[in-house]
Design a protein around this ligand. Structure first.
Ligand SMILES: C[S@@+](CC[C@H](N)C(=O)[O-])C[C@H]1O[C@@H](n2cnc3c(N)ncnc32)[C@H](O)[C@@H]1O
Length: 214
């Protein structure tokens, strides 16, 4: 590592701070004396709690991107664990911004049966990962994929909900590129191009509530 060149023994505080900054920024690990390397996609997959090879087949860049944007499975599973006793016969899920299926994987890990999942995700590559995982884990429920949250309107929701009797869980993590993280484009906040999709989450949640109340 260039920053440590010429340092003999413990580096000065300024260098230590610079090293930590670079390691945090690029997710670097110590792999030897004065040597750091980025986490491999397989390692990120494991740290995020996904099954081994969950994203295998995607390009290396897509794997980093999708895993970096995903839910941490164990954390989400901790929050979902209250649902297990409430819904012993399974649940109907509306999964917005599904990505590579963090919510679905967490529910499966908990042994919560997914009777119907309506999964809305714009990236075809991500949708394929979820479809593939769904088939490989022999899910007996229905997985319905839609692409764009902006196109999910009251008519489509009503049609879906009447066919299986409403949703028990609405879950989603909208893009945060304009808010935080190393993959941010602009810090425009919730009004930013990607992060403003957050408002669709609430639009859809309100629609679901009003359809279920009606
Ligand atoms: C923060 S990630 C959510 C990842 C997900 N929670 C997971 O565990 O993989 C946001 C996701 O929203 C998707 N997305 C962006 N624009 C979208 C849109 N208009 N409609 C649906 N999904 C969209 C992105 O492709 C990305 O996968």
């Amino acid at each position: 590592m260039k920053l440590l060149e010429g340092c003999d023994g413990i580096p000065p505080e300024r260098v230590q701070r610079a090293v930590i900054h670079e390691c945090r920024k690029w997710n670097l690990l110590w792999v030897g004396r004065n040597r750091v390397a980025p986490l491999e996609p397989d390692e990120v997959e494991m740290l995020m709690g996904f099954p081994k090879d969950h994203t295998r087949g995607m390009s290396r860049t897509d794997r980093y991107k999708s895993l970096g944007n995903a839910f941490q499975i164990h954390t989400v599973a901790y929050h979902f664990s209250v649902l297990r006793d409430k819904f012993p016969n399974g649940i109907n899920v509306l999964s917005l911004f599904s990505g590579i299926g963090g919510a679905e994987v967490a529910l499966h890990r908990l042994g919560i049966h997914m009777k119907n999942v309506v999964s809305v995700e714009i990236s075809e590559v991500n949708r394929n990962v979820v479809r593939c995982w769904w088939e490989q884990t022999n899910q007996t429920g229905n997985l319905i994929h839609l692409a764009d949250v902006k196109e999910l309107d009251a008519n489509r929701l009503e049609q879906l909900m009447f066919s299986f009797g409403g949703f028990d869980l609405v879950v989603g993590g909208s893009p945060c590129n304009n808010l935080t993280g190393s993959n941010r484009y602009h810090r425009d906040g919730l009004e930013g191009k990607e992060s403003s999709l957050f408002y669709h989450y609430f639009r859809i949640l309100d629609l679901v509530k009003s359809i279920m109340a009606g």
